[in-house]
Design a binder for this molecule. Structure first.
Ligand code: 5GP
Length: 116
């Protein structure tokens, strides 16, 4: 599986990132342009899937792995009880810019509601 996106380069340590979480399947690193006091991206390490819409049934467990990694990180860092948000943008109308699926974890302060 090729990792020819920006996030592939982060996985291969070809460009720097502040890595805050890693397990067998998931890498978590701080977003370069944080939208909240805590803004971490969780990505699959071995599957370069462009969007959520491209996830195949046999890959569906990866979405759970990303969510569980975010929840583990929130507990470990001590803000799970205060709460947090996870977001996955899919394609143009959601503003997706990097086409290697990733889960945003946003936390650290009350977050505005979203919609429009
Ligand atoms: P998207 O808009 O595709 O859902 O999210 C992509 C995220 O990647 C954005 O929040 C953006 O700030 C972040 N990002 C873009 N380039 C880099 C980079 O080189 N390093 C890191 N750590 N994050 C990046």
């Amino acid at each position: 599986m090729s990792h020819d996106t920006l996030f592939g380069k982060i996985i291969r340590r070809e460009i720097p990132a502040t890595i805050v979480y890693e397990d067998e399947e998931v890498l978590g690193f701080k977003d370069i342009a944080p939208q909240a006091p805590v803004h971490v991206l969780f990505i699959p390490k071995h599957e370069a899937i462009p969007t959520l819409d491209d996830v195949q049934p046999e890959q569906a467990h990866l979405i759970g792995k990303l969510a569980m990694a975010a929840a583990d990180y929130a507990r470990r860092e001590g803000f799970a009880q205060d709460g947090y948000r996870i977001v996955m943008n899919c394609r143009e109308h959601a503003g997706q810019t990097v086409f290697h699926i990733h889960l945003h974890l946003l936390a650290g302060a009350p977050l505005g509601h979203f919609g429009t």
